[in-house]
Design a protein around this ligand. Sequence first.
Ligand code: ADP
Ligand code: MG
Length: 491
Amino acid sequence: MRMDGSLAEGVDPGRSGGGGSEYAAAWQRVKRRLRAELGEDVFASWFARLELQEVAGGVARLTVPTRFLKSWIESHYLDRVLANFRSEADGIESIEVGVRGPMAQPRAPVAIAKPAASLRPPAASSLVAEAHEPERAGRGEAAGDLSGAPLDARLTFESFVVGRSNALAHAAAERVAGHEGSTPLYNPLYFHAGVGLGKTHLLHAIGHAAKGHGRRVIYLTADRFMYGFVNALKTQNALAFKERLRAIDVLILDDVQFIQGRSIQAEFGHTLNALIDAGRQVVAAADRPPTELESLDERVRSRLAGGLVVEIGTLDEALRATILHSRLEAVRATHPAFEVSPAVAEYVAKAITANGRDLEGAVNRLLAHATLTGAPVTLETAETAIRDLVKNREPKRVKIEDIQKLVASRYNVSRSDILSERRTAAVVKPRQIAMYLSKVLTLRSLPEIGRRFGGRDHTTVLHAVRKIEKAIGEDAALSDEVELLKRMLQD
Ligand code: ADP
Ligand code: MG
């Protein structure tokens, strides 16, 4: 296959101790795993153009054509890629992602010449064929198997602290988990909240409690749903997969916002309908309300919205203090010498305002500090230990220049193209998107934005903003795209 050939050339055999082509082959398996785990659409969007350049000194150097892809992969998938690479090849310690320029990649000429070929999803027959290849550890386990992900023993109702912001969600969760009747009370039960506010905790708690009532529970993350489904497809076992899904009492689905791909979301819709119509309880969580799940079909969204939708709000200070207190207690069970004074605890609960995950991170750092130095945690050491968690919380100021650079690299034009007078479509669209983002992400006035875009009039900026606003409303793909750009700029 051409792709294999080009990759073999892309690896520097001299520097990788003669194992170059082995790494190239391992890399092919990694890509296959990623495709199976994430589904065709996610894979095509982010990984189709990710190539292995070389492995040297334990570092696998990967390249993508744009900075946008680089940052996105780095911020969302680095661990996953590394874990997969490690299980496919020995001697990989870390990975780095670089941007390959049109000139800057003498090592993999073929891969650059025809990058588009790898973008096309493989035909169904090749998916099936792959299932007959020798499976490596960890792969066969999920093929068609829907035992779901294991529940975390720590995430129970007992360890969940109830406060104003999550009281409703907690009450609904308890009722659903303990419900004995044949018809579910709220179906589906849908939670939404920002990151670290306890969605996954509540879902696991429901899982534990429902199991305790003798009900058959499956907990799946969106990734796992897609992974299981794609694998089932490969073994031509989609029917059995669906049957298994239907043979359960409670389906719990986490991070629904990640379900994407035309066939997968259609199947998700069917599965949802089948379960709900059969009177099975469905519980779902996502980072946004059902109406804003842009990657899902309108009917699926309204089905998700058709039960009880509950938002979990941000943690207030009292809730943070209680969560922190119970965390510290839990840690003390295994580290009796670990002491944190009330003053330090109060400081941490005040300083870390964003979410429960950071609170957990803070406790781990204090513990690490205490264990490493053997000294008690003072206010001062606490401040140092959690400094970056606190700093992260200040909203980032976005610069117009950064917007222009990111948008330019995303659309493969230069920043000076964006500032120029050129009016070809290839330049106009990114320019308008950059203007729109400048309006919504900065506090600059329209005339100021116009000046920063090569001295344009404010009416031009206004026109661009209106145009993109309208287009976003009509075009889900564009809306996703702009959303991604926004997130990247604010990360
Ligand atoms: P999400 O899924 O919403 O991103 P998680 O459920 O993973 O958030 O929560 C992040 C961390 O904060 C977990 O360690 C969780 O146990 C903790 N946490 C969040 N809310 C609470 C709560 N109300 N009580 C106890 N722990 C909580
Ligand atoms: Mg979660």
